[in-house]
Design a protein around this ligand. Structure first.
Ligand code: CA
Length: 142
């Protein structure tokens, strides 16, 4: 039997199940696993979720706006800093969840990505500046 009492929303607040039913996610479920990835290469992260006793679901991100992004195709163990944002390439992201490469960074209205620092698994570093937005970067190891 599924038991869902609340749901987390983007603002970091929790909604009651009754409030959550008004959101455009369909019926509430006891979701456990999650993968965030840009499945259709439109620059918006989509979600694949699993639920107890149910089939996996794909939640396509249909958010509007003209926000920019940049992504880096790096191996597990690499760390990427884009301005003040940092992300680590890993194949796991918590209980029953995973991460798909590339690492994705939101850039808001920026027309050029902030300075980038990549720390490779062997601790060598690569620095990049002036990168165009809305692209997947395939950096070469030093
Ligand atoms: Ca997408």
């Amino acid at each position: 039997m599924k038991s869902v009492k609340s749901i987390g929303v983007r603002t970091g607040n929790w909604l009651s199940l009754r409030q959550a039913q008004a959101l455009p996610f369909g019926s509430p479920d006891a979701h456990r696993g999650l993968i965030a990835a840009d499945l259709d290469s439109d620059g918006r992260l989509d979600l694949v979720v699993t639920a107890l006793g149910s089939k996996a679901e794909i939640w396509k991100n249909r958010a509007g706006g003209e926000h920019h992004w940049i992504a880096f195709d790096v191996p597990p163990g690499a760390e990427v800093r884009v301005g003040a944002q940092v992300a680590w390439a890993s194949s796991t992201a918590g209980y029953a969840s995973s991460v798909l490469a590339p690492l994705h960074f939101g850039l808001g209205n920026a027309q050029i990505a902030p300075p980038v620092e990549i720390t490779w698994p062997d601790r060598r570093k690569t620095h990049m500046t002036g990168l165009s937005v809305d692209q997947v970067v395939h950096p070469l190891r030093p």
